[in-house]
Design a protein around this ligand. Sequence first.
Ligand code: CAA
Length: 699
Amino acid sequence: MQLIDYRRDNQLALIGLCNAPVNALGHGLRQALMQACTRAAADPEVKAIILHGHHLPFSAGADISEFGSPRTWQQPALPQLLDELVRFSKPLIAALDGVALGGGLELALACRHRVASATARLGLPEVRLGLLPGAGGTQRLPRLIGVAPALALMLGGEPIDARQGLTLGLVDHLVEPGQDLLEQACAFARRQLAHPAPALTPAPLSQGLADDFFDTHAAQLAARKPGQRAPLRVLAALRAACELPLAEGLAREQALFREALQDPQATALRHQFFAEREALRVPGIDAATALRSIAQVAVIGAGTMGAGIAMNFINAGLPVRLLELKPEALDRGLAQIRKHYESSITRGKLTPAQLEQRMSLLQGTLDYADLADADLVIEAVFEDLSIKQSVFRTLDRVCKPGAILASNTSTLDVDRIAASTRRPQDVVGLHFFSPAHVMRLLEVVRGRATAPDVLATTLKIAKRIGKLPVVSGVCFGFIGNRMLEPYAREAHRLVLEGASPAQVDKVLTDLGLAMGVFAMYDLAGIDVGYLVRQARRNELAHDPSYFRLADELYSLGRHGQKSGRGFYRYEGRERIEDPEVVQIAARLAGKLGINRRSISDAEIHDRCLFTLINEGLQLLDEGIALRSGDIDLVWTNGYGFPAWRGGPLHYARDLGLDNVLAGIEQLRERLGAYGQLWLQPAPLLRRLAGSGKLRVQGH
Ligand code: CAA
């Protein structure tokens, strides 16, 4: 495979990178690039060298799949390659198109100049992989654009567009749409030959920084990203740029990068990276599957969920009909959407013209007949099987053949919903998470009859609206809520046995979860969980302590944050521990004959986490989840599990599956009848314990 396209244009050498799809800088490409640059340097006719992506994005950086293998450091390793290029006496110019990310942007920083298409996106996302820029970025970027903007780019990890790059001084020349990038880069290079620019200063950079700059940022990171080591390493490398000459700074960066690469947090984040890409691949559905066309979307129900779902599509430029039964409810939904966009304008995230453009894509209706031409209909009505079935019966009557009929149920049986139509092959579950216009996760529930092209089309459309789709089979709660049940059950039971909600939540947030169980229930609404349990009372195993505390709080009108009281008390949004809840728990424990005792943090950890992991393995065994990575994605993107721990099943591997099994067995023993009833190790856990292997694809 040819990895470099080498051309001459008079005094210029044009070196095109050809490593599809994204010009990842793997060993082969590094070697070919080095050879091509050396050839250009040796050619006396060549006065300047232009690097570009040959009909491809410039570069998405180091080859992530090499990390953890010796290939990362096989010469020329990226830092050494870039050091060589910086030393070339002939100027290098990077012509940036598509993306220049991570090592790709660092390659551009090793060039004397950067010319970029206006649509190019530039960034240093390494922190999202648990790393820091490791090929000179932490030293060269601040020397080019200043310490504070460099820190923001490295800590945020979010790419900027080339126009912002121009403002920051990262880009020297912007190529407007309609202009040819390479032509412009060549013209720019010729101008530079007459007036060569100076190289970056090798001196340390400390000028103008407050004395406490680094300490303040370290304290902020500890508060905002507790437990995460990569942001602190970024800060340490930047400090080196301020205090050390360039060569020493580069050596410090290198040492920090090598350390980061070994860190389990980086392994966990890499697992997340590949799991995200793997999630789009569904066995039995290949790239050749013809997709259904989606030009018109409809959403049924203009409540908070329906409105949020509708916004996803209009944000992506797809027209939406929003259906409600009552005019007041419809007006409320439409007003809620407009209000959301107005607040985006206030925050400078949207222009008034964009608001009008988005609202013009939205049409309210009270009449099902208006859904006749919709290609995709998403139902977001009350979570009740018979109501949903009746909506689907109506959809079956009014929708055109081939329309995809989706339910936003979070727990109900998609097959039973599908059975209420004469076209179950067109029915799929699309479980959006709240707030639906913000949360990336989308559980795509594949019913028994769901047609392959329906699944493929929904995965595609999910990506188009910026979601992360994860396929789940049909069962109560799908992947996420099914696992939530035993995890939250243990949390509730622990409070009856003597822990406080705050103690349980703290153990979980100390592990890195965004929220503990009880804060989450208060936010979601204790009434919501109660109603779901009510609908399932008959099928639930008989255990009078099961979610008893939540049921009691519900009956006391303590519905969570919205009613000012739940597991906690609320003053505005401030969450305050409430001793009354502990008293209620003690009273219930007395009634149920549960001995109260002091509960250790370790027990809380084990009971909540082991049951979560156990249920995940059970789901995997049942085939509800296709891969352990899918389960991890659901929990990191939908339930606040820390991505830097990789997700619950990746974490289980770190804990050791044999330790998890032994822990469950000990608890089962220790907790008597309760343990016998609930803490049953999943057969897959027994099979895997000792081997430590999980079905994790992608790396
Ligand atoms: N290394 C290896 N493979 C990569 C890659 C990389 N840096 N970036 C993307 N790929 C692969 C993906 O795994 C995917 O492969 P499959 O088709 O086999 O699944 C393929 O390229 C296409 O990627 P996406 O599906 O993500 O395509 P997209 O168009 O949605 O997004 C992208 C493209 C914006 C470049 C996105 O892939 C991305 O963000 N990539 C990662 C960028 C990154 O984090 N770079 C930093 C690397 S670390 C580094 O550079 C360290 C250093 O300092 C030396």
